[in-house]
Write a protein that binds this ligand. Structure first.
Ligand code: GLU
Length: 217
């Protein structure tokens, strides 16, 4: 299990995320990737170290990334995160393991959805297209069994964070939001550690804590 890192603010978000991921490298990883917002999320991925990622053509205000320790699927660029849903709407990075991903994947394939990786994380991206992310969120914790901390971006640039048995933290300064799976990689500011069952939505740098769903477990 490696790292996830996100940044929303006025700095170059791509560089901020690369810097954050570099602070998580001590945990070890086999591949990596970053999503940055430019009228929809664009994705750079690579096998091996962060140095293998392409440069970003813009200085985005929103980005998030991942260092992978492969659990479901071999080490390839296609299996590296972020993963994008079949319709391009949802982009996601994930730390953890979805235990029932084969079962969910089978149902999604029956609906005609194609998959391009072997990962449990691509299953989450496609599964989330079947859910209204503003309603009925407790269902996510019933449907997805296993461990997950997630950063999810949609095509409008809204970010949703979900935590279930894998760590996830938010650090807020006056005009920036940092997200990380590891407190030691965060600068100083107002720290919020998500609890299992938490969902947080971030729209235009405003955080909207949604009700915690931990009690549904
Ligand atoms: N299960 C996911 C995968 O194999 C995430 C692994 C991780 O936490 O790095 O891609």
């Amino acid at each position: 299990m490696c790292g996830i890192y996100g940044y929303i603010g006025d700095k170059d978000a791509y560089s901020a995320v690369l810097n954050g991921l570099s602070l998580l490298q001590y945990r070890g990883y086999d591949s990596c990737g970053v999503a940055y917002y430019n009228n929809g999320f664009k994705v750079n991925k690579a096998v091996g170290t962060l140095n293998n990622l392409k440069e970003c053509p813009i200085k985005p205000k929103i980005a998030f990334g991942h260092t992978r320790w492969a659990t479901n699927g071999v080490v390839t660029e296609a299996n590296a995160h972020p993963h994008v849903s079949f319709n391009g709407e949802i982009t996601v990075v994930h730390n953890g393991i979805i235990k029932n991903s084969d079962e969910i994947k089978g149902k999604l394939i029956k609906k005609g959805i194609n998959f391009y990786s072997e990962t449990d994380t691509e299953v989450i991206a496609n599964y989330l297209t079947t859910i209204d992310i503003n309603k009925n969120l407790g269902k996510i914790f019933k449907d997805l069994k296993g461990t997950y901390s997630l950063i999810i971006g949609n095509s409008a640039g809204d970010i949703t964070l979900i935590k279930q048995f894998s760590p996830l933290h938010i650090l807020k300064t006056d005009n920036e939001i940092y997200i990380s799976s590891d407190i030691s990689s965060l600068p100083s500011g107002e720290l919020y550690t998500l609890k299992d069952g938490d969902i947080i939505k971030i729209v235009n740098k405003e955080m909207w804590p949604m009700p915690s769903y931990g009690d549904l477990l």
